[in-house]
Design a protein. Structure first.
Length: 130
């Protein structure tokens, strides 16, 4: 499993535009082959902007490339969302709590028994090399 995290600083005065675009983008993403999990969360900033985290979990590297394209460092956002975004950071992680061929129910029972950490990896190299 590959975890792709977009951290987006939305410009003040553009929050409504960004959120409207993301409400249109999320259903498109949910239709993508290999997408296992998707979560959008935000933190409002005092200046009227917001910081947004888009957490994506993909079955395998091919699925990520199928969605994001060849350059994984670039976010794939609708033009209206990209226009409203200031700084965007894209990071990838190899999930260590479950493998693509391991049924989720088995991983849950192992996590409950303390055999696996239940945390996504970071800092080291991943299957994507990012």
């Amino acid at each position: 499993m590959i975890v792709r995290v977009l951290t987006i600083q939305v410009r003040p005065g553009r929050v409504g535009q960004f959120n409207s675009a993301m409400r249109r983008q999320l259903p498109i993403m949910r239709q993508q082959p290999g997408l296992v999990y998707l979560k959008l969360a935000r933190r409002l900033d005092a200046d009227g902007g917001e910081e947004v985290v888009l957490f994506e979990e993909w079955r395998d590297p091919d699925s990520v490339y199928g969605w994001a394209g060849h350059d994984l460092s670039r976010p794939k956002l609708l033009p209206e969302a990209e226009e409203a975004a200031g700084e965007v950071r894209v990071t990838h992680y190899e999930a260590l709590d479950i493998t693509a061929d391991e049924p989720a129910s088995d991983a849950a029972s192992e996590a409950g028994s303390g055999e696996q950490s239940g945390r996504a990896g970071g800092g080291g190299s991943s299957a994507l090399g990012t």
